[in-house]
Design a binder for this molecule. Structure first.
Ligand code: F6R
Length: 348
């Protein structure tokens, strides 16, 4: 328990500096960078497809949840090495790869080129950047040297700039700044120097230890749940699952009878919900459990539409790292992802 208030022990386990990287995740919004690239866009793309995997795909999810009310064309996040049939010369394909070396994403990039789609690259360099340069494709550059999942802030910002320059959304600068301020306020309450007794993220990590979190969220915010599930896997080496509402009310709700202590429902709430959404979540929650001790509710104060998505993500990112430390596992190391990439990359 005391591990989480022992800075030395935390630094020892977190030798790759995930806590520091998470602290800095917010900074990018406080000082949005200036991208110079201009897309030659007539603003009439018929649809939008993000392609990417893992941490980079999380950025696409966040962008789609955040901007869903504003992007007027059908928009999708594709996590695969091929792009769907409907994607053609009138589509915009935004390839997200922090390292620029993810084979699946590079394959999708090649396919998009063959179909003559409008393409944009986002990442820190690598093969993706070189290919973009070679073919005169705009590339939005983010700071190198992080693990991809810790670059979420920058990937979101760069992706938003790409959408802005493609004229799929209006200016996002002010919203990035407002979200930055909201996130700074939250970070100051949950960062490592805030002791366990007052630190909600540390307390939640403690509550989740040795449990399997089953995460629920409104469908329009599913980026938050998926990100938490992935962060639990990559940082804490814990398996979890997520499901969105109201769909889970029509099937998974049946799971929660006579459940022991292994599984714990984690309900991610939005700071601003309409009355229908509140009723739906309350009905679901009281159907699966009546006792407050038996579920976890995550609800972070944020008013901007970007802040409302990123605040719970920031909180839960910290939870996943604290949980890793409690378990004594290094949150920054992902040797199995590396192994998979080597095996797949060697043969493709
Ligand atoms: C590792 C991580 C992974 C990667 C994924 C794709 O920190 O988060 O999920 O994001 O393997 O790699 P990139 O993002 O470089 O395309």
């Amino acid at each position: 328990l005391r591990d989480l208030d022992n800075q030395k022990r935390m630094d020892h386990i977190d030798s790759e500096g995930m806590l520091e990287a998470t602290y800095r995740l917010v900074n990018v919004f406080a000082n949005p960078s200036r991208f110079r690239q201009r897309l030659v866009s007539n603003g009439s793309r018929k649809d939008l497809v993000f392609v990417g995997m893992g941490g980079s795909a999380s950025a696409g999810d966040v962008l789609l949840d955040w901007l869903s009310e504003r992007i007027k064309v059908p928009s999708h996040m594709v996590r695969d090495f091929s792009i769907p049939r409907f994607v053609d010369a009138k589509s915009l394909v935004i390839c997200l790869s922090y390292s620029g070396e993810t084979k699946e994403t590079l394959r999708a990039f090649q396919m998009a080129r063959r179909r003559k789609c409008g393409i944009v690259g986002v990442g820190s360099g690598g093969t993706l950047e070189r290919a973009c340069k070679k073919f005169g494709i705009p590339f939005f550059h983010v700071e190198p040297g992080l693990v991809p999942r810790a670059a979420l802030g920058q990937m979101v910002e760069a992706g938003a700039r790409a959408l802005q320059h493609a004229r799929l959304v209006g200016s996002v600068s002010e919203e990035l700044r407002v979200a930055g301020r909201e996130l700074e306020g939250l970070r100051d309450k949950i960062e490592p120097s805030v002791p366990m007794t007052r630190n909600g993220a540390k307390l939640l990590a403690f509550r989740l230890k040795d449990r399997v979190p089953i995460i629920y969220v409104l469908d329009r915010m599913s980026s938050v749940a998926r990100r938490f599930k992935n962060q639990l896997a990559e940082n804490s080496k814990v398996v979890a699952k997520y499901e969105s509402l109201p769909e889970a009310c029509h099937n998974e709700v049946e799971f929660w009878t006579g459940i022991g202590k292994t599984f714990v429902p984690v309900l991610i709430r939005d700071w601003i919900e309409n009355s229908e959404e509140r009723l739906l979540i309350e009905s679901f929650r009281s159907t699966i459990t009546r006792k407050e001790k038996k579920y976890v509710e995550v609800r972070m104060r944020a008013k901007s539409s970007l802040g409302r998505v990123l605040a719970p993500i920031l909180f839960l990112d910290y939870v996943s790292i604290y949980l890793a430390i409690l378990k004594g596992v290094n949150p920054g190391e992902t040797p199995r992802i590396k192994e998979y990439k080597e095996k797949f990359g060697a043969k493709i």
